[in-house]
Design a protein around this ligand. Sequence first.
Ligand code: 26Q
Length: 809
Amino acid sequence: MDKDSIKESIKYELLYTFAKDIGQATTEELYMAFALTVRNEIMKKWANTKKIMESGEYKTLYYLSIEFLTGKFWGNNIINIDDIEIYKQVCNELGIPFSQLEEYENEPGIGNGGLGRLAAAFMESLTTLNLPAYGCGIRYEYGLFNQKIINGYQIEHADNWLSDRNVWEVECKDEIVEVKFGGNIIETWEDGRLKIDYRNYYSIYAIPYDIPVVGYDSDIVNTLRLWSAKSYNDINMDWFNRGNYLKASEEKVLAESISKVLYPEDNNPDGKRLRLKQQYFFVSATIQNIIKKSKGKFPLWALSDNVVIHINDTHPALAIPELMRILMDEEGMGWDEAWNITTKTCAYTNHTIMGEALEKWPIDLFKEVLPRIYMIIKEINDRQLHRLNREGTNDWEKIDKMTIIAYDQIRMANLCLEGCYSINGVSKLHTDILKKEVFSDFYAIFPHKFHSVTNGITYRRWLMHANPGLSDLITDAIGTRWKYDSHELEGLHKFSEDSAFRDSFSDVKRYNKQKLAKYISDKTGIHVDPESIFDVQIKRIHEYKRQFLNVLNILYMYDLLLENPSRDIHPRTFIFAGKAAPGYYRAKLIIKLINSIANRINGDIRLNNKLKVVFLENYNVTLAEKIIPAAEISEQISTAGMEASGTGNMKLMLNGALTLGTLDGANVEIKEAVGDQNIFIFGLTADQVENYHKYGGYNSKAIYDNDANVKKVVNQLVNGFLSPENSMMFRSLYNYLLYEEGGITDRYMILKDFDSYRHVHSIVDDQYKMPDIWWKKAILNVAGAGRFSSDESIKNYNSDIWHLSKMGD
Ligand code: 26Q
């Protein structure tokens, strides 16, 4: 749209929605008018896409994910369909601050972290590539909690993101689906067939809310379909008439609680009944919806030629037994036919190798909530055992690892490995570990099922939207093609040698740092020096991600400066952000530790402002968009082998931050992309970590006893240095490093990696003092980031796993 049509539309929407003109409108109304203007542009394409998809001409992907972390819609949609500069000009001319409108929108927080963000990125890239897809998930009424830091502690507040009208969703009442829970199954034989009679169940209804997914300059608009739970048992009149009004409405409240709130655990599943119900709720609604749409278009035996059901981690794994149930119980197929179709239609991505993060459900709970689904899983399990037997496997250790049901639990990853035609890891290293270790027995039997697809990011959001300065600089240097093809960023290679370009590049970074410094001072009152190195660790707080290691090194640097305040260290600002699961005690204590150290260091005038520590509260996509453009060091320091991929690492390199990390997840591929000279690698390798775990030999106490640096910083946790008011506060963290807990000491090998970590930090310091070298490295990071576009990941999924064709071709 040109400027005049945008202005016309704004005036029209204000008049006909709110009966106001621009001068009278509130920020909310202005936002609405702008959002509706953008939405109107999307609608035509969306309607058209829906029509084509309904024709059944194209094989369609259903991407099932319990989380979609979309980030705000408005700004990103503008970038994808239009020219954001025009909108900025319109705002300017009308005297409305563009940023104020952007700020006004609530970010939908319906994901925890990497997995949810990846799902949203994939939907966007599918659309950009004109591939037909539905994202399917849950419309949580409350997203991930809002985090406040009070007195250094994390305090959680409910995230009621739907409190205002959400212009980006459309309720589709006509496509409501019934989902059944509980009850019991009566099996009878009729004409030689098993008949399933499902009794005493209770119904919850699933209403879809559709959100348009806009791609970059794309011909189509895909759909993100989020299901909301609804009960029609408004009031139980028996209870009502007896005067028990609370009880009378209880059923409805309980039923609708299914889509009430997102579970805030990340990589740390908790086997709660409601969580299981959430999983079945959106999976059953989706699969029923798929079957309904398929019938009439093609025979169900041809399902896998027309549909792919992608299972994003094990949370939607019930898609497998649910599809079996519908094909058998409702469509009358026999087991073998249904199994053949199911195993050709479903594909699975694994996102974790940590044992405790692999989902398991207790049989008793499962049977009670989903009796029919349990029967089907039991049958899949029994048939698997028969097959293993037939194949002559009598290695019980192996069978023990592979079965779906064992020790009174259902193991969801094993269900996926049996029931899917494809399984993939999310980085090269991660896939190797899956093949060699976690799922090695499956790999021996089904090597053809295994694929590796490295994660990616929506690079346009992270450059064009988050970092317009860098985006313009890139365009000036290499033209606009990079906006369509991320590999074009390689064209920046030669500019890394160009000193004028390096100067402009560092100017952009300085400007972004000044902006962030202002934000930090507004939010926290802490003054940070924009000339200092901005060293960031922004991600969920988790032991394996080792924010603790970062903290110990900060203590070490602090001690060095106290010894000699005029020591030649380039000033450094450490920036943290991230949420801890509310029930994760140790992660929350780490947040308190970071804040205690921040307090101590930021108030210590002896340091001449050489060191600052900042914890920014409420990390989410919007905050990431503020921090990442200003970052210079990207801390990716998980214990090797633990981080499946990481995607924050990709966003940060794309914005010219240098990775300081272990050889873990996608860091390995980042190193390949930028070259050894342009990344700071430290610590044990995944193989070394694995060997310590297997064969023992790691003794953190010996490191403490023999390394004076380690001893000093570890002692500072408990000698009142950080918390004079309560020196016991961090005792449990101290104990964790030095004393056994469940047979393990310092499980994530923090002390083992400490020396090499502190050493690599001193190299960072040396190199930052040589600006020519530093900015060259930073530019080479941007140049090498192209391969981490989610467009690229989707192309790989499509050629290796999905085999969809582009719409329009
Ligand atoms: C499961 C059951 C019950 C409650 C919660 C959960 C649950 C929820 C979220 C389990 C795991 C998650 C999220 C995992 C996650 O975000 N994993 C990350 O996925 C990214 C995308 O592949 C990777 O880049 C990260 O390395 C990985 O940690």
